[in-house]
Unconditional design. Structure first.
Length: 170
């Protein structure tokens, strides 16, 4: 049994300290995930809070079958898609550093942001979950509710599209 199992059991029994521990544990990663879907930090914080509100509203029926983080990502992903049906841009400050030169790093970040922004939602989501949230492909499949072969296929397509788009700028 993992630590989340006992933490969730305590939360279901009304333990306020367990609720706080749970939020402190998962708030940063859910916020980071939401920031990848919006450039506005305030909106990312609102989406993160709504994610936890929805989780706690459904807590009585929640069955812990694995990682609680995957369930939180699924909720946050649905909220982000509902809020932003159109293509979104990623927050520049959240993209990985591209090198030593700050100007080069900003240019690379902008190129990556533009390339990711041009990807279809289902491909962009795989990239964000796998590379930025560092989920394993099996976990990505669970979060998105799709099969592992489809995740692998979409990841391959996303890589090809990114390489093509990033190669165009050179």
């Amino acid at each position: 049994m993992d630590g989340d199992f006992f933490l969730i059991h305590k939360m279901k029994n009304g333990d306020e300290a367990a609720l706080e521990t749970f939020v402190r544990k998962y708030y940063p990663v859910v916020l980071q995930y939401c920031r990848y879907h919006t450039v506005d930090t305030g909106e990312a914080e609102d989406l993160t809070q709504e994610t936890f509100e929805r989780f706690f509203r459904s807590l009585s029926g929640y069955r812990h079958l694995g990682k609680a983080a995957n369930y939180l990502y699924a909720i946050a992903g649905n909220l982000c898609r509902d809020k932003y049906r159109r293509k979104t841009e990623l927050a520049l400050e959240e993209l990985p550093d591209a090198g030593e030169n700050p100007r080069e790093a900003v240019d690379d970040r902008m190129d990556i942001e533009r390339a990711l922004g041009k990807l279809p939602d289902e491909l962009r989501e795989i990239i964000i979950l796998h590379y930025f949230q560092e989920l394993k492909l099996k976990e990505v499949a669970q979060v998105l509710g799709i099969g592992l072969p489809l995740v692998k296929y979409r990841l391959g397509k996303a890589r090809e599209a990114l390489e093509s788009r990033l190669g165009e700028g050179e």
